[in-house]
Write a protein that binds this ligand. Structure first.
Ligand code: AMP
Ligand code: MG
Length: 406
């Protein structure tokens, strides 16, 4: 049995060493499809941003010197609208009507908000407040200079990034191709979702949680359905799954009489790097490689499957994608209630976290163990209770994983 930290080191190092430099080639895709993908080109500003001195208020473009004492009455010369500059120069005693996003006319050096003015018919305006030089406007290049790097190789394309790409004219973007991830649920007791379980049967839920996690990690799921607890069935389906970049098998990796998954891995020559992690739930997590394929045997209990994926599979996928950020991404929170530690394993359990005052505050959520998916549904985080003796106390700091990020 190895520690979580060691298991994570092993998975990341293996992913890096095993994956050839050209693994997950670059592909060019339309901008519309880039959200959540990993960028494989550096993105530099194609121009200064903003491209011209622009108003950030609706009002009047003025010379700030003219309004140092107020009220001040100025003649209004022309209008500068978004998309259409005014063909005027603002000189002493004059101003120009201007809208948000419109180019600042020559001669002006500040914008007074319309709320701080009064019309003086027919063609003048009374300015009621002074402004500093540069107030109410953004100078050309204030946000970005031409050629400045904005997005680096390996960045996951998030909401703001897709907007940045759009504003730089990147209608096509170079990203990592998605790894294909085979998903195989195993168990004689499993029935498909549309079937009503009878006797000792249960519905297969792991295929769907794993599919969700694979999609969220930016990879492509390949559903292999349900494999039964016999060597022939597993041989056939695992053989199929080994053609993908990753193979995830859920169930059949514990000590049970019918847990054959590891035997079949051995038949195929999977080099197993670990098969037991000091983690609760998720102890019987198996990780290995076979040629170019990364292989995981995940514990069958639904919450264990989710936790093991989050801890070890996501980092391998991110590594294959050449993402800069590869770790499971824990945050810190302050415990609100006591939490008992486990002497032999680190617990990663459903929890309720909220932000209060200056920090996250967290407590374990009620749940009935590693099959209790409903308990996990009621939680919004997984809290990490480090292996050890005794009880963590309110006020102690702990790591947690948000469940919003799968
Ligand atoms: P195993 O790891 O095969 O011993 O399975 C552990 C527990 O997880 C058993 O109670 C199984 O019935 C349950 N289980 C295994 N696979 C699935 C699945 N695909 N969906 C839901 N529960 C499962
Ligand atoms: Mg089983």
């Amino acid at each position: 049995m190895i520690s979580i930290e060691r298991a994570l080191e092993v998975t990341l190092a293996t992913a890096e060493q095993t994956a050839a430099p050209d693994r997950m080639p670059v592909q060019t895709i339309p901008l519309e499809a880039t959200l959540g993908r990993i960028l494989r080109e550096e993105i530099r500003a194609d121009a200064d941003y903003p491209r011209f001195d622009k108003a950030i208020r609706d009002g009047f473009a003025v010379r700030f010197e003219d309004v140092s004492t107020v009220p001040a009455v100025l003649d209004v010369r022309g209008e500068s609208r978004a998309g259409q500059a005014a063909d005027v120069t603002v000189t002493s005693g004059t101003c120009c009507e201007i809208m948000t996003g419109a180019p600042l006319p020559d001669g002006a050096n500040a914008v007074v908000m319309v709320e701080h003015t009064e019309a003086v018919p027919p063609k003048a305006v009374r300015i009621l407040r002074s402004v500093r030089e540069g107030e109410g406007l953004l100078r050309r290049g204030a946000e970005l200079r031409t050629g400045e790097t904005v997005l680096t190789v390996g960045k996951r394309i998030e909401l703001a990034d897709i907007g940045t790409l759009a504003s730089f004219g990147k209608f096509e973007v170079r990203v990592s191709q998605k790894p294909r991830v085979a998903i195989l649920a195993t168990g004689d007791e499993l029935v498909e979702v549309r079937h009503k379980p009878e006797g000792g049967q249960i519905r297969n839920s792991n295929s769907y949680t794993l599919m969700g996690q694979v999609l969220a990690a930016g990879a492509e799921p390949v559903l292999l359905g349900i494999g039964r607890d016999n060597v022939e069935d597993l041989r056939r389906l695992i053989g199929e799954g080994l053609k993908c970049d990753l193979l995830l098998v859920s169930g059949g990796v514990s000590m049970g009489k019918y847990d054959f998954v590891e035997d079949v891995f051995a038949e195929y020559g999977v080099a197993v790097l670990f098969d037991s992690v000091a983690m609760k739930p998720g102890k019987p997590t198996v990780f290995g490689t076979r040629n170019d394929t990364f292989v995981f045997g995940l514990p069958g209990n639904p919450v264990s499957t989710i936790v093991a994926f989050r801890m070890f599979v996501t980092p391998v996928i991110q590594s294959l994608l050449k993402a800069t950020d590869r770790t499971p991404g824990t945050l810190r929170a302050c415990l609100e209630e006591p939490a008992r530690r486990d002497a032999s394993r680190t617990a990663i359990v459903p929890a309720l976290v909220h932000f209060e005052g200056q920090s996250y505050r967290i407590r374990t959520a009620p749940w009935k163990g590693s099959s209790d998916l409903a308990g996990l549904s009621r939680a919004n985080a997984l809290v990490v209770i480090p292996q050890g003796d005794g009880v963590l106390q309110p006020g102690d700091w702990v790591d947690f994983l948000s469940l919003e990020k799968l």
